[in-house]
Design a binder for this molecule. Structure first.
Ligand SMILES: [Zn+2]
Ligand SMILES: [Zn+2]
Length: 275
């Protein structure tokens, strides 16, 4: 009988395949890599961008439906080698609650990451030119939308808090005085905790120019100090070579911030793993 300690990488709870517009490897290739790496519990969380759902550049309906058909046999095929879970990264649900609910009602997701990649009226933070737009104007909108999403609460964990900093600080080198957002971030955490929701440590930042997890140590510690318990860790890999990256560092950060367990989700239920 294996224990959690036998796995080199206990979890990877955030990853994408070619079922996402920006994924580079198929579900099968990602699963094979998860197996090679010895990941204990591997969750596929392909994108569903609510406000882009009907855009012609990537029509989500068909790939989203395909994933629901591909995942159960894939999980079955790898049973005993890697524990595969069917999740989703739900982007911008606050832009269309009705559509978000329709998606959630249509598929048996085991795990839902609630994310914000863009605020109403603006493109993805990835595409914006922070020399032309005041970053603080956008950050205020970003945190307001996250609070609204936390209040809505029909997801499991908040994805990559501080995502815009990956571009504002990481790519444009613009330092932000984050103390002005401490109040609203605390409100977001309190709302998540009250609603039984969690947060993720997204390790993608460790392999990008920003060089820290999203969110970083300060916010993982703040979440803990406010009573946060549910924490997941994901690489946000979009290709096989990034799968499992930074998970060990994410676990070490969780421990440093006072967590003695992390979670993965099975059928929308958090399952704890001692760390
Ligand atoms: Zn994301
Ligand atoms: Zn992602």
């Amino acid at each position: 009988m294996s224990t959690e300690k036998d796995f080199l990488i206990p979890v990877d709870s955030h990853s994408h395949s070619t079922q996402s517009p920006d994924g580079k490897n198929t579900l099968e290739e990602m699963a094979e890599r998860a197996c090679e790496l010895g990941i204990g519990h591997y969750t596929v969380t392909d994108h569903v961008e609510i406000n882009k759902f009907y855009d012609e550049e990537f029509l989500y309906e068909e790939p989203v439906r395909q994933s629901s058909l591909l995942l159960p046999p894939l999980a079955e095929k790898y049973r005993g080698r890697v524990d595969i879970h069917y999740g989703v990264e739900l982007g911008q649900p606050v832009h269309d609650y009705e559509l978000a609910q329709r998606i959630l009602d249509s598929y048996d997701y085991e795990f839902i990451i609630g994310s914000c990649h863009m605020v109403k009226g603006w493109d993805d933070f990835y595409f914006l030119d922070y020399k032309r737009v005041n970053p603080n104007f956008l950050l205020k909108l970003y945190f307001d939308e996250l609070l609204e999403m936390a209040e809505w609460g029909r997801f499991d964990v908040l994805g990559h808090l501080t995502y815009p900093l990956r571009y504002i600080t990481g790519d444009f080198g613009i330092k932000i005085d984050m103390s002005q957002y401490e109040g609203i971030i605390s409100e977001i955490f309190k709302t998540l905790i009250k609603n039984g929701k969690g947060m993720e440590i997204n390790t993608s930042g460790l392999r990008q120019r920003i060089g820290v997890t999203l969110p970083d140590e300060h916010y993982v510690g703040l979440y803990r100090s406010l009573g946060g318990e549910i924490l997941t860790i994901g690489s946000d890999a979009h290709c096989v070579s990034d799968l499992g990256k930074g998970i060990a560092e994410g676990v070490a950060l969780a421990k440093k911030c006072g967590f003695d367990r992390i979670y993965y989700y099975h059928c929308r239920k958090p399952i704890e793993i001692k760390i």
